[in-house]
Design a protein around this ligand. Structure first.
Ligand SMILES: [Zn+2]
Length: 197
């Protein structure tokens, strides 16, 4: 006997999440049906729709935003420095504490030829459209092979622009990303950033 049709649809939905295989998807679907209250399910489905509807990426810096970008619109921030990060979450990790006061640019990933991700798949062109008045670009990319490759690529492109390029030196293991660093480590890394050449 097969699972009911609606149940199978739910399993297919859960399988769309990264790291969720068929077995986990079935377990989550069973839990949803048998344990979660109807009103909680209603709220959850509403949150999904609302989040997808209201959240977008800032057309300038690429940060996740709801109706307006709190970073680009904040006139108290230093507007001559851009920190380039790979992922949406990196901005939120850095913003947990007032360590950095400049602007951001979210690439939306790293160059990874083994997965078919080239420079044209990242928000690189939009970075070059906002260099007017910028004095320093801080590359805050993970110490992975992909992060290094992306940093080098950007450095070469930025060279002829005459803008200072620095690389954040965070004291965390190679391969780890920003979210593993505590605030003190991030602050040290930012203050000890090296000119990247
Ligand atoms: Zn923005």
């Amino acid at each position: 006997m097969k699972y009911p049709e609606s149940f199978l649809k739910l399993v297919e939905d859960f399988k769309k999440f990264p790291g969720i295989g068929k077995k986990t998807a079935e377990r989550l679907a069973l839990y949803t049906i048998s344990t979660i209250e109807k009103n909680q399910i209603d709220a959850f489905s509403q949150h999904l729709v609302e989040a997808k509807q209201n959240i977008s990426h800032c057309p300038v810096c690429g940060t996740l935003m709801e109706s307006h970008c709190p970073i680009c619109e904040d006139l108290n921030r230093e507007r001559n420095t851009i920190m380039v990060v790979s992922e949406d979450k990196d901005v939120f990790v850095l913003e947990r504490n007032p360590i950095y006061h400049g602007l951001y640019h979210v690439l939306g990933g790293s160059i990874d030829f083994s997965r078919g991700i080239g420079p044209e798949d990242l928000n690189i062109e939009s970075l070059f459209q906002r260099l007017n008045g910028i004095e320093e670009i801080i590359l805050s990319l993970a110490g992975t092979v992909e992060g290094e490759l992306t940093a080098q690529y950007l450095k070469e492109l930025l060279k002829p622009k005459g803008i200072k390029v620095s690389r954040i030196a965070y004291g965390i293991p190679v391969g780890a990303d920003l979210s593993f660093a505590d605030d003190h480590t991030l602050e040290l890394a930012l203050n000890n950033r090296q000119k990247y050449e």
